[in-house]
Design a protein around this ligand. Structure first.
Ligand code: SF4
Length: 677
């Protein structure tokens, strides 16, 4: 048996383990004791979640649509058809009538190549990916306040924090190895504040639980800021020497007494005061958040509020402190770093900046577009309007992951041409004109960048299944069919090009990664990488962090007489996103074979359903039927549905209400009604 050290393909924790391969099959997983995050541990997905690699449902050849059916095709036939069709659409409607969705599941090198393909070959900046749906508000909110839209500190530092404030993150379910460090810190004596409308597993360890109403995060944090200022708990030295905008913030939160915050959030006044005192008096206080903060129409405001709190108390730029967004997908940080976004090249270099654009034009040998492109969420509307004619999707499944599923389906069906590159015939791939078989992480080389900004190697353990090809190879070959040569003999050569064009990755090479991951910024070959950011100055222009006074805005769709419940969506620890991989695995499927809706016992009694009974959940956009899970860990009036299950798709219900800046949908708040199913 071969044992190959690699990086997990599920969440952003970036655990390393060895894949055991025998007769070209992945047959085992062995822990890696020397990895700084995993330290010999992995979660259930890391242990058991690889059965999908050899699923009989894997795509093995390219498919071309013939009427209602697909026919198997050769790679040449598929490439030729795609190239001809994209060329014709570009000629007839212009480059901006084509869009590309990159993938947070694919490697850095693949995302780099796909954004290069979009910009240099298609001639548009219409490239985006699922970060739009999970952490686009982080990228914008933390860039504006700190200068870098990423986790400020490393995961192991969490274990040494004195206070940990977890808001909008069900950490033990979604980032189990990060939760390990929280548990470690609590065992050491750290105080834990949990702000969440549901009682999550970590609540059992919490010093205090703030069960606020969904969508009231800004009000909650403003109340905490108000207490910290009123009780003179501000780190004055840090605020005066390292930040700007304090007076504006002070005025902004002056009216946000804990009493007012309590009225809006439903959290008792004394708990808000206690949380403020605990957080502000910690020697090193760390904020951890995930999509409970970001997936709101106030996503950017929520993120900036977290940044306000950290700066006000001097909890940034030091070990075991900071603002730590937990990125969902294995490589969502990397896909953003690689410029799979409509407004920036790799390394967040603006497409509108002439000097930077010229740098890429020189390197890639073509003229590049200067106008920012469209987002994933904007693309759906452009399809409905008929302006967007063709879409190329690599490794994403918007039919299940995007809000308002009926709207998504209508949009995708209006396209003249849809190409999907994936490992399974997903709900989205079924609508495609051409389907190209990519490979899993076990069948290719590359790198992923974890949530703590750590670039790590992914190593090939087995040969591609059937005729499938590594995604980087598919992009380069297709590019040749469109007349633009991409000559790379391996992903390592692609990384060398990334390093030349991206300062924060300049010191990164496959040679260096052989001895372990490197956290960006890593600006030179002898730089050791950066475990925590903003040490002496913020990366923001001018070097200072900036406070923003954030007014409270309620969620876009509140319950009313017709739809009296609030739905919030999320995930469970045994499945991954649209479950295309985990539902192929017996162990995961056994634990959660079907969707469910969590309901408070009082609400269940009111509508007359028992635990396990079927419930029909209806919103203004559609309805689904699924099993009731009656639990007292959820607030009255609130229901929770995981979005993994296509046959009970939570996103049939969710609205496409967007944050005005980040364009992230408000998956966390949606008005619904419940009936016996
Ligand atoms: Fe993989 Fe995340 Fe589990 Fe680690 S915690 S094994 S990275 S899914």
């Amino acid at each position: 048996m071969k044992k190959i050290l690699t990086t997990c393909e599920f969440c952003g924790c970036g655990c390393n383990f060895y894949l055991g391969a025998e007769d070209d099959k992945v047959v085992a997983v062995y822990p890696c004791t020397s990895h700084p995050v995993s330290q010999g541990k992995v979660c259930i997905k890391g242990w058991m979640g690889h059965e999908y690699i050899h699923s009989p449902e894997r795509l093995k050849t390219p498919l071309i649509r013939q009427g209602d059916k697909f026919s198997e095709a050769s790679w040449n036939e598929a490439y030729k058809l795609i190239a001809d069709k994209l060329r014709q659409i570009k000629k007839q409607y212009g480059s901006d009538s084509i869009a590309v969705f990159a993938s947070a599941k694919c490697t850095n090198e693949e995302n780099y190549l796909l954004q290069k393909f979009t910009r240099a070959v298609i001639g548009t900046n219409n490239v985006d990916h699922c970060a739009r749906l999970c952490h686009s508000s982080t990228v914008i909110g933390l860039s504006q306040t700190f200068g870098s839209g990423a986790m400020t500190n490393s995961i192991p530092e969490i274990g040494n924090a004195d206070v940990i404030f977890v808001i909008g993150s069900n950490t033990s379910e979604q980032h189990p190895l990060v939760a390990n460090y929280i548990v470690k810190a609590v065992r050491r004596g750290a105080r834990l504040i949990i702000a969440d409308p549901r009682q999550i597993q970590l609540t059992k360890l919490a010093t205090i639980h703030l069960s606020h109403r969904v969508g009231t995060d800004v009000a909650l944090i403003n109340g905490i800021l108000n207490v910290i200022i009123a009780e003179n708990l501000v780190d004055k030295e840090f605020v005066s020497s390292r930040t700007e905008g304090f007076e504006e913030l002070k005025q902004g939160v002056a009216g946000f007494t804990p009493q007012k915050a309590s009225q809006i959030t439903g959290v008792p006044t004394e708990k808000i005061i206690e949380a403020a005192r605990i957080y502000a008096t910690g020697k090193s206080s760390s904020i951890i958040y995930a999509m409970g903060i970001t997936q709101h129409t106030t996503g950017v405001d929520n993120v900036m509020s977290c940044a306000n709190l950290a700066m006000l108390t001097g909890n940034v730029g030091k070990e075991s402190t900071g603002v730590n967004p937990l990125r969902g997908q294995n490589n969502v940080q990397g896909a953003c770093d690689m410029g799979a976004l409509p407004n920036v090249f790799p390394g967040y270099q603006a497409v509108t900046n002439n000097e930077l654009r010229q740098k890429f034009e020189k390197a890639w040998g073509v003229e590049l577009p200067s106008q920012p492109g469209i987002t994933v969420t904007g693309a759906m509307n452009r399809m409905i309007d008929g302006d967007l004619k063709a879409l190329y999707i690599m490794g994403e499944n918007p039919m299940i992951s995007d809000p308002d599923m009926n709207h998504t389906e209508k949009a995708l069906k209006r396209l003249e041409f849809l190409v999907v590159q994936d490992i399974f015939l997903t709900e989205t791939a079924r609508l495609a004109n051409v389907v190209l078989p990519g490979v899993s992480f076990a069948e290719k080389d590359g790198t992923f960048t974890s949530t703590e900004r750590k670039v790590q190697r992914v190593r090939k353990a087995i040969e591609p299944i059937g005729q499938s090809k590594p995604d980087w190879k598919i992009i380069t070959e297709l590019s040749s069919y469109l007349g633009y040569k991409m000559d790379y003999s391996s992903p390592s050569e692609v990384m060398n090009e990334i390093a030349k064009l991206t300062l924060s990755y300049s010191g990164i090479s496959y040679n260096r990664l052989e001895s372990g991951g490197l956290s960006w910024p890593c600006p030179s070959p002898d730089h050791p990488g950066t475990p925590y950011l903003h040490k002496e100055k913020f990366t923001r222009a001018g070097g200072r962090g900036k406070f923003f006074a954030i007014p409270y805005r309620p969620p876009a769709e509140l319950p009313d007489d017709d739809y009296p419940f609030t739905l919030t969506t999320g995930r469970v620890g045994f499945h991954w996103h649209t479950a295309t991989m985990t539902r192929k695995d017996w162990a995961m499927d056994r634990e959660y074979p079907r969707g469910f809706v969590e309901i408070n016992p009082q609400d269940a009694a009111r509508i007359g359903v028992r635990n396990g009974a079927m419930v029909k959940v209806t919103s203004r956009r559609g309805d689904i039927s699924l099993q009731a899970k009656v639990v007292d860990t959820i607030q009255e009036g609130l229901v929770f549905i995981p979005f993994h299950f296509a046959e009970a798709a939570a996103n049939k219900l969710t609205p496409a209400n967007l944050d005005p800046v980040a364009k992230i949908p408000e998956y966390k708040v949606c008005a619904v009604k419940l009936e016996k199913g």
